[in-house]
Design a protein around this ligand. Structure first.
Ligand code: ARG
Length: 457
């Protein structure tokens, strides 16, 4: 194919250089948006008498035919084309002749690619948002089931205080809700049309940018033509939102990997979401969780590459910016793939409440509650804290627990102790009394679940 731009240059480019320059492998995904953008552009040009209604008609019919044939599989996107914009325009001209050559009036590939990318990413945000929602609802369902399954809560990965599996899972549901709003915020800021900024300096034609933006579902038009074609902030913002999604998925993955180990045994993964070992017959490996944790770095890399790609670019368009799509598409593909397996992996894992309860029984996770018992009897917290620490040390020495330590041992430390202390340090009671707003008591978990479900509706 002759180059679209073989005017000043001969258009004969070295083969390796041509391939290096090409972006069709990446941007052919935007064919639908490219065609929709061109249809709107032709309509605008005709509405402003820049091209005739007959030419616009020929262009629109031609473009619709191209899309139909691509969908039907009778037209292949040429892998040798420079990019998707070139492919569509050249195919159109080959099919409809002269009118096809008028389509690029008052437009440049610079505003065209910025337009296509924003439109394409709008769709990707919707798809990822749907996956996130499904993930959140899965977490809510599993949390409802495990609202009363006591397990140790940890700090420094040391047993700390009692929580439930339900409360723990809801922490991730809240992270994912913030992720959803972050994606939507970025998508809203992105929904500004660059088309009509042209190459960099607008145009002398009497175009109607607002009309074209309306046809394409944009909330506003870019106010400055240089900014309109140079701005890739939306890619960075989306990549940042996607990076945080991966951070959260990776933390959950790490916990699932720990929980499914022999050392914890809090959950058993479904066979559908685990693998075996080629040599060790007893193995059941949490590969999906490990891959998700592993792929997190890839999405962070996309974010870093986008930021670095932009930081030294003078206004307006520079070819460096062609890299944007490969990076942001990869970030979306990766997040979508991870959400697609993580949601059902969480949905299908089996809880092992007996081992959670066993873990909760050792590690003195009721020590704070014992101190609080003394505080309830009038002792200052700091004194109670010290005394409880001594009792824990005594238990450790004797190889027993606070629950099994006899009353005499308690009373030797303080007259404030009586039989009722055992109720106060019973793990289930410790949990059920943690009814503070946002706490782990089952009714607090119910409130969290109810709130999130109603927000998502
Ligand atoms: N394939 C190019 C990209 O993705 C389209 C814009 C080309 N513009 C140009 N001035 N060469 O950025």
């Amino acid at each position: 194919m002759p180059k679209l731009w073989s005017g000043m240059t001969s258009g004969t480019i070295d083969e390796a250089a041509e391939d290096f320059n090409r972006s069709i492998r990446v941007d052919s995904r935007m064919v639908r948006e490219d065609i929709a953008g061109s249809v709107a552009h032709a309509k605008m040009l005709a509405a402003r008498n820049i091209i005739s209604p007959e030419d616009a008609e020929a262009i629109v019919t031609g473009l619709e035919g191209i899309l139909r044939d691509i969908d039907a599989g009778t037209l292949q996107i040429d892998p040798e084309a420079e990019d998707i914009h070139t492919f569509v325009e050249q195919t159109l001209t080959a099919r409809v002749g002269e009118p096809g050559k008028r389509l690029h009036t008052a437009r440049s590939r610079n505003d065209q690619v910025a337009l296509d990318t924003r439109m394409y990413l709008r769709g990707r945000v919707e798809a990822t948002a749907a996956l996130l929602k499904n993930f959140i609802l899965t977490l809510c369902d599993r949390a409802e089931e495990s609202r009363a399954m006591v397990m140790p809560g940890y700090t420094h990965l040391q047993r700390a205080q009692p929580v439930t599996m339900g409360h723990h899972l809801m922490a991730y549901a809240h992270m994912a809700c913030r992720d959803l709003t972050r994606l939507r915020d970025a998508a809203n800021r992105m929904n500004v049309s660059p088309i009509g900024c042209c190459a960099l300096a607008g145009t002398t034609y009497d175009t109607d940018r607002r009309y074209e933006a309306d046809l394409l579902g944009f909330d506003a038009v870019a106010e400055n033509s240089l900014d309109g074609v140079s701005d890739r902030d939306f890619c960075v913002e989306l990549a940042a939102a996607l990076s945080l999604i991966m951070t959260h998925l990776s933390r959950l993955s790490e916990e699932i990997i720990l929980w499914s180990s022999w050392e914890f045994k809090f959950v058993r993964l479904s066979d559908a979401y685990s693998t075996g070992s080629s040599i060790m017959p007893q193995k059941k490996n949490p590969d999906m969780a490990e891959l998700t944790r592993g792929k997190t770095g890839r999405v962070y890399g996309d974010l870093m590459a986008l930021l670095t790609m932009l930081k030294g670019l003078p206004l307006a368009y520079n070819k460096d910016m062609q890299e944007d799509k490969e990076l942001i598409f990869d970030a979306f593909d990766t997040v979508d793939a991870c959400l697609t397996v993580t949601a059902p992996m969480v949905g299908n894992m089996t809880f092992l409440p007996d081992s959670m309860r066993r873990a909760a029984a050792s590690g003195f996770i009721n020590a704070t509650d014992l101190a609080d018992f003394l505080v309830g009897r009038g002792m200052p917290f700091r004194t109670a804290y010290k005394l409880t620490g001594e009792l824990v040390a005594e238990c450790t020495k004797k190889g027993t627990t606070l629950e099994d330590l006899p009353l005499e041992a308690y009373r030797a430390k303080s007259e404030l102790f009586d039989e009722t202390l055992y109720d106060a340090i019973n793990i289930e009671n410790c949990l059920n009394r943690r009814t503070s707003y946002g706490g782990p008591a089952p009714e607090s978990v119910d409130r969290q679940i109810g709130r999130i479900r109603s927000i998502l509706k």
